[in-house]
Design a protein around this ligand. Structure first.
Ligand SMILES: [Zn+2]
Length: 347
């Protein structure tokens, strides 16, 4: 059922205009013209909405109560959320351990079975701890200038603090929030907006996980709703082999970055949006070219649709920049502008 917001715009004591907006909260609002939200004003002035003139009818007490239901639900939902949050903290007795799944022997903490929740703003890793992890596992960081290294860790701390990490395993490792945040900072290091606020949750699974949609699929990662989901095993493989053009972390974060800028249209990075047209343009040509036999820079999966082509382009841009630049120079140039980074220059 579509969700509409109906604005009853009170134009005089007796008259009202009715403006129905799809995609809203399924509610009725009674406002005078000066009280309209900006996007509604814009929608009305661009005729991008249904407006009908209507006699102003004072809503009955029942209608007033019904229109208040969404706000009541939000209020009670918030109370329940706060209660659950307290419960989660009590049940999450496992600490975030040092070292990663690939060195599993180092990982013995006791933890409640099932899922662990870590609030990024409560993870108090020092910059020194973060740098130690990056130094060991994140070649991108090691190539940065000293000034950029400081900027990188600062962004990483901010990104991590803004997320909730759900670990679907017996133990969590501090590398999980640090390295996943590092991948996000890498992808967006040339952009102004890097927090991807639509994606509040990062789910980490030990390995491939199952999605029960459109049949059952095994996934190494995906993006759904407000969550970025990653298989930790595959995430680490993406960074341990840095030049094969495969990096599931960058892949999923590229989907998230696109979604944040073009679908939610909140926290939009102007540079990212403005330069994307050129990628669409050259990307389409390369997409067709790569579909022909003999061209295999991209995987078959990337040629499934343009979204997958975009996500894999991000992987190849960071992992095989020199090859990409020599094979498809215009496409490389467009990605260089989108990300405001030039990995081929320091490869
Ligand atoms: Zn994908």
């Amino acid at each position: 059922m579509p969700f509409d917001t109906t604005y009853h715009i009170i134009t005089s004591a007796k008259d009202t205009l009715l403006s129905i907006h799809p995609g809203g909260q399924d509610t009725d609002m009674y406002l005078d013209v000066s009280g309209l939200p900006k996007d509604v004003q814009e929608a009305i002035s661009s005729n991008n909405t249904v407006i009908v003139s209507n006699k102003y009818i004072e809503p009955t007490p029942r209608e007033k109560f019904i229109s208040a239901i969404p706000f009541l639900l939000i209020f009670f939902g918030f109370i329940v959320y706060m209660l659950l949050r307290v419960r989660w903290r009590i049940s999450d007795t496992g600490g975030i351990d040092s070292d990663t799944g690939s060195d599993a022997a180092a990982a013995e903490t006791t933890a409640a079975p099932g899922q662990l929740t870590y609030y990024g703003d409560e993870l108090t890793f020092t910059d020194l701890e973060i740098v130690a992890v990056l130094h060991k596992r994140f070649p991108y960081y090691n190539k940065l200038s000293n000034a950029d290294k400081t900027r990188f860790t600062s962004r990483l701390q901010q990104f991590m603090a803004s997320k909730i990490f759900k670990i679907h395993d017996k133990a969590g490792y501090k590398e999980m929030p640090i390295l996943i945040s590092a991948a996000a900072v890498q992808l967006t290091f040339g952009l102004e907006k890097f927090l991807l606020p639509n994606f509040r949750f990062i789910h980490v699974f030990p390995q491939e996980f199952i999605r029960a949609q459109e049949g059952y699929n095994f996934l190494e990662g995906n993006v759904s709703g407000h969550a970025i989901n990653l298989s930790w095993k595959h995430f680490l493989e993406g960074y341990s082999i840095g030049d094969d053009g495969q990096n599931v972390g960058l892949h999923e974060l590229a989907h998230a970055l696109y979604y944040q800028n073009f679908i939610t249209e909140e926290n939009v990075d102007a540079n990212f949006r403005d330069t994307f047209d050129a990628f669409n343009n050259y990307g389409n040509k390369v997409f067709n070219q790569e579909s022909l036999p003999g061209n295999d820079l991209y995987s078959d999966y990337a040629l499934k649709n343009f979204q997958e082509f975009w996500a894999e382009s991000a992987e190849i841009f960071f992992e095989k920049p020199v090859v990409l630049k020599s094979t498809y120079p215009e496409l490389y140039e467009s990605l260089k502008n989108i990300f405001n980074q030039d990995p081929a220059a320091n490869a």
